[in-house]
Design a protein around this ligand. Sequence first.
Ligand code: FAD
Length: 422
Amino acid sequence: MRCPTSNATFDVAVVGAGAAGQTAAIAAASQGRRVALLEQMDRPGLKVLASGGGRCNLTNLAPLADYIKAFGRQGRFIVPAMGALSPADLRRGLVQWGVPTAVGEGGEVYPASQRAADVQAALWRRIEQLGVAIRLGCPVRQLWIETGKLAGLDLSPRDRIAAAKVVLACGGQSWPKLGGTGGGFPLARQGGLEIRPPLPALVPLITSERWPARLAGVSLPIARVWIEARGQDKAGRHGGVLFTHRGLSGPAVLDISGAVSELLRRGPVPLRVEPVAGMDASQWGVQLDAWRGSAGRRGVAGLLAKLLPRSLCDVVCEQAGVEPRTAIAQLSASRRDALAKVLGGMELAVTATEGFETAFVTRGGVDLRGVNPRTLECRLLPGLHLAGEMLDLDGPTGGYNLQWAFASGWLAGQSAAGEQRI
Ligand SMILES: Cc1cc2nc3c(=O)[nH]c(=O)nc-3n(C[C@H](O)[C@H](O)[C@H](O)COP(=O)(O)OP(=O)(O)OC[C@H]3O[C@@H](n4cnc5c(N)ncnc54)[C@H](O)[C@@H]3O)c2cc1C
C-alpha cells in the first residue's frame, strides 16, 4: 500500500474511501492519473461492508425514470451520473472484477455470494492494481486554496498534498461509527458551497403512542403507510412495516422517514398505517359483513387473525372499543363502523426519529445549485468535485443510494481526470 507523503503532488486527490470515493479513485486512475485516496477511518468502505445487512444491495435495475422519481424533487440531477455508470454498467464492471451478481424480485442487485465483503474486496483490489496512493486513518482538515485557486489538501499543519483536482466523497452524518461524521461539509463550505441542514432519513420512527411497543417485533408484510398532512403524498408507501419498542420501522416506514424528518421541525407528524395495503375502511366494512353472514358466532379478534397478526387484532379491537371475543353477529352497527375505520388506517403521531445513529442515509447536505450535474464540479471553485451521499440527494431502500454513490463517484472521478494534468 503506497502512502501519499507530505508535499507529494497528485493529479487527483479523493477524500473519503466509501462507495463514491473508491469509484472516483478507480475512474481517475483508470485514465492514467496520479491519484491519492485519503480516508479518516482505519479501514475503507465500512458502509459497503455493512450494507444490506452484510449482503450489500448494491444497485437496482429500475429504469432511469423510476430513479429520477425515487430521488424526489431534485431527481433529475442524477441523470448524467447514471449515464456515466448505469446499474447495468456497474454489474458488468463487478463481473469483470470477479463479483457476479444476482437480482431479486424488485430489481435489487446483490453479489451472488451474498457477501458485501466481496464487493469491497473487489473495489480495493482494483484501487491497489491501479497504483492509487492510499492513506487511511487520515482525516482531511482543509482544502488548500492558494490565491483563490484549489491547490490541494491540508492534512495537518505540517502535512499537505498538492492536487489541482479534488473529489470530496465524504458521505453524510448517518452512522458515525461507520464514518458518517459530516466531516466533508466544512470542506465543501470552503469551496463556497451551501449545506442544507442534514437530517436523518431511512430511519426508524418514534411515536407518542405506546401500543407499538406491545407489538415489538411483529411485522406486517404488505401494509401501507402515509403521512396525514397537507401537501403529502396520500398514496404513501406500500411494503413491510415493523413495530418496535419505540414506534415503527420496516421498509415502507423507512422510505417515508426522510419526509417525516423534515416535518418534525414543525412538531409531531400524524401518520396512518393501513395494516393490509389496499384494504380501506369500506373494504373492511364489506369483509366484516361477509364474516357476519358466514361465521356469525365466531369472535371478532379470531376472525381478524385470518388476515392480521393476533397481537395486532387485540390492539385494533381495543381502539375500536370492541371486546375481542364478541361474536361478530352481535357487533352493533356503530362498533362495526369503528372497527372498519381503525382497520382502514391506524392513527399514530411521530414525535422523533431514532436519529443519525441508526439512519441509513442523510437527507440534506451540499446544495445542488452550487454543483454542475454534468461534471459534479463546484461552480465557484473549479477543480473541486463532489460525489455520493454528501450531496443533497437521498433515495429509498432497494439499492438506490449505493447506485447513486457508485455512479456519482465514477462521474466525479472521470471529470476530475478528464482535464489537464498538473
Ligand atoms: C448500515 C447501512 C446499511 C446500508 N445498506 C444499504 C444497501 O443495502 N443499499 C443501498 O443502496 N444503500 C445502503 N446504505 C446507504 C449507503 O451505504 C450509502 O448511501 C453509501 O454508502 C454512501 O456512500 P458515500 O461514499 O457517499 O459515503 P460513505 O460511505 O459514508 O463514505 C464517506 C467516507 O468519507 C470518510 N470521510 C468523511 N469525512 C472525511 C474527512 N474529512 N477526511 C477523510 N475521510 C473522510 C468517511 O469516513 C467515509 O469512509 C446503507 C447504509 C448503512 C449505514
